[in-house]
Design a protein around this ligand. Structure first.
Ligand code: BTN
Length: 289
């Protein structure tokens, strides 16, 4: 992977600058539909879902400099202070008969890892399902959502479903302003890289890599996406703990399956595949993070 050179227009997202950098065919280039950049919005995922109900086509990109109700996985808040991170959502419209929807989020994780390497020179690891981590600290995450179909059906083509891929990446978080319980668990790209990172370059790079990985899925090559995920995984080969329904699972994360599920070798239940939820990884001192 090559590292891209920064443009010097650091600090702020800017639609014309981004447009000049985009080298995609579909993502961020929806026909007859503008991308959006908000100074402040509740959640870019909400806005992408809203645009779906208005008939927006696949590829529309929503960006924000700040979110007041940013969401993470498991119902968590995604803290989104002004210009401290990249907050972005793509509206996709995969066809209804696609069975590989869970792989879209893995593909997005792979795309983010490649883009961060190119733009910040940082090796990011993927913690199942899609936490972007450096040295055990979270620098970003992905929230894939299918907005409620009732609204969508009224406006959208019936052959497709809406899939919103939301990406949050910490660019220059002031760690001192975070809640106590997060301070030791998160980090930001600029802090780790020790230099500014261009958010426009990052968004254009994510868009390009995401389009490539989604194309692999669409053309029937999921194995390449899964292999790329494995390559960047910081989960496989580690002892992990997870809760699945009411059951607690502990064991060695050995692989991901064709659907992106995490296969865990346990001492008591044999191989268990986790399809949803969250894991913690055992540290070398025996504690879990
Ligand atoms: C996670 O929990 O790791 C997923 C975080 C996803 C956050 C992004 S920020 C842009 C988009 N809008 C949201 O409200 N959430 C996602």
């Amino acid at each position: 992977m090559d590292k891209l050179s920064n443009t010097g227009s650091f600090g702020r997202l800017d639609l014309p600058v981004l447009r000049s950098m985009l080298s995609t065919n579909r993502l961020g280039r929806a026909p007859a539909w503008d991308n959006e950049l908000w100074d402040c919005i509740d959640s870019t995922n909400n806005r992408a879902a809203e645009l779906f109900t208005q008939g927006a086509p696949e590829g529309v990109l929503i960006l924000a400099r700040q979110q007041t109700a940013g969401r993470g996985r498991q119902g968590r808040t995604w803290i989104s202070p002004p210009d401290a991170g990249v907050y972005m959502s793509f509206l996709l419209r995969p066809s209804k008969d696609r069975t590989d929807l869970p792989l879209h989020t893995l593909a997005c994780g792979v795309a983010c890892v490649k883009a961060i390497w190119e733009c910040a020179g940082l090796e990011v690891g993927l913690k199942w399902v899609n936490d972007l981590v450096v040295s055990g600290k979270k620098v970003g995450g992905i929230l894939a959502e299918i907005p409620s179909s009732q609204d969508g059906r009224a406006a959208g083509p019936t052959a497709s479903i809406p899939l919103v891929l939301g990406i949050g990446i910490n660019m220059q978080l002031d760690l001192s302003e975070l809640p106590e319980e997060l301070k030791d668990r998160v980090d930001s790209l600029e802090n780790l890289a020790g230099q500014p990172v261009d958010p426009n370059l990052l968004v254009s790079s994510i868009s390009r890599h995401l389009e490539q990985t989604l194309d692999l899925l669409a053309s029937g090559h999921p194995a390449e996406v899964l292999d790329a995920w494995r390559l960047h995984s910081v989960t496989l080969g580690k002892h992990v703990s997870a809760v699945s329904g009411t059951t607690e699972i502990e064991g060695l994360a050995v692989d991901i399956d064709q659907g992106g599920g995490l296969i865990i070798e346990t001492a008591t239940q044999g191989r268990v595949t986790l399809h949803a939820g969250e894991i913690t990884i055992r540290n070398s001192d025996g504690t879990y993070a």
